[in-house]
Design a protein around this ligand. Structure first.
Ligand SMILES: Cc1cc2nc3c(=O)[nH]c(=O)nc-3n(C[C@H](O)[C@H](O)[C@H](O)COP(=O)(O)OP(=O)(O)OC[C@H]3O[C@@H](n4cnc5c(N)ncnc54)[C@H](O)[C@@H]3O)c2cc1C
Length: 307
């Protein structure tokens, strides 16, 4: 289909059948914590489930690819950007409903910070590990975000999805395929809400735990340049950041990308980094660690888009 025809189809759909905001030719660098990424053809912000269902159905019918975006804090978007539609969950799905003091249904676009604040104030314990993790509930569920041995799966009971053909589904925790920094939800499915269950504790104890976790994050907190958190998953029995530090790679640079001096597993954007710089630096790190230690580092960040 020609670009002109595609753009007419998009326009008609968004005018006639979509309630949320729509942007065209959007620099993804404005929507990722690394501040890197070429333009997305279209970014749509569904307002509610019906909007999302319509959008998925339309994209599938027309064969337009779609990509789901939370806060973009675990993403590297390539320099050529993203063809098709980026579905941004951060406007229409922010609601957190507390069913009682220990149970909440949180929208995928709600930030972990807002959920943590609400749970802390109710004496609902379980999410303290998420202090200073800048993602959304949806991104955290898909990535099974965690820290210090605790993960979102520990508080997540079920997940509401909108899947292929706009079909809704409720997936129980045990069927979500949660593992270290990943889940196994159906391909193309959008997380719309997570059902969460907390443990009762005192507000003071929860605050104390949060402070303890925050203190452990000293190295990362010292990083003031754009980044996407840990670049690599910890290989079994090892800590990726330590391996990288021991290999003498802290401070290593390619173009505008640099291995952080403060934390070996963080790559920072010194201001003008391109995705190709980050990818080349990741390849250099992987080669060096494999060459010297025989250990394969697997990326934690998701790399999307075109060169
Ligand atoms: C400073 C810093 C510290 C961090 N510390 C940690 C940490 O301690 N532990 C940790 O686990 N992570 C950490 N992260 C990484 C990141 O914050 C988490 O993985 C977070 O959960 C990602 O959420 P997001 O909304 O930003 O997701 P995005 O980056 O927007 O997306 C991540 C992936 O999830 C998919 N996705 C997002 N939302 C949805 C949805 N609603 N439905 C379906 N798919 C979706 C995207 O398509 C993409 O594949 C850190 C990041 C930074 C920048």
């Amino acid at each position: 289909m020609s670009d002109k025809k595609k753009s007419t189809q998009y326009s008609l759909f968004f005018i006639q059948r979509f309630k949320g905001k729509v942007l065209f030719n959007v620099p993804m660098s404005e929507y990722t914590s690394l501040r890197i990424g070429g333009p997305a053809d279209v970014m749509a912000f569904p307002q509610d489930d019906a909007d999302l269902k319509n959008l998925i159905t339309f994209a599938e019918d027309k064969g337009f690819p779609y990509q789901i975006l939370g806060n973009g804090t675990n993403l590297l978007v390539r320099d050529g950007g993203i063809r098709g539609v980026v579905i941004n969950m951060c406007e229409g799905f922010k609601e957190i409903i507390w069913q009682d003091d220990m149970r909440a249904v949180a929208g995928a676009g709600a930030t972990l910070a807002s959920l943590l604040n609400g749970s802390r104030d109710r004496g609902a314990s379980g999410l303290e590990f998420a202090v200073n993790i800048p993602g959304t509930v949806g991104g955290a569920v898909v990535m099974n975000a965690g820290a210090y041995g605790v993960e979102i799966k520990d508080v997540c009971e079920a997940i509401e999805l909108i899947g292929r053909k706009g079909k809704p589904a409720l997936v129980k925790k045990e069927d979500a395929g949660f593992a270290y920094r990943k889940s196994d939800l159906p391909k193309g499915a959008v997380v719309v809400r997570a059902h969460l269950k907390f443990e009762r504790n005192t507000v003071e104890e929860i605050r104390k735990k949060i402070d303890e976790y925050r203190a452990k994050r000293r190295a990362a907190a010292a990083i003031h340049m754009p980044n996407a958190g840990s670049i690599f998953i910890n290989p079994e029995g090892h800590i990726a950041g330590r391996l990288i530090e021991e290999a003498g790679l802290k401070g290593e640079r390619i173009g505008g990308a640099e291995v952080s001096e403060a934390h070996g597993n963080y790559i920072v954007n010194r201001g003008n980094a391109r995705a190709k710089d980050v990818l080349a630096l990741m390849a250099l790190i992987r080669d060096r660690i494999y060459g010297t230690r025989g250990i394969v580092l697997e990326p934690e960040i998701k790399v999307i888009g075109e060169d």
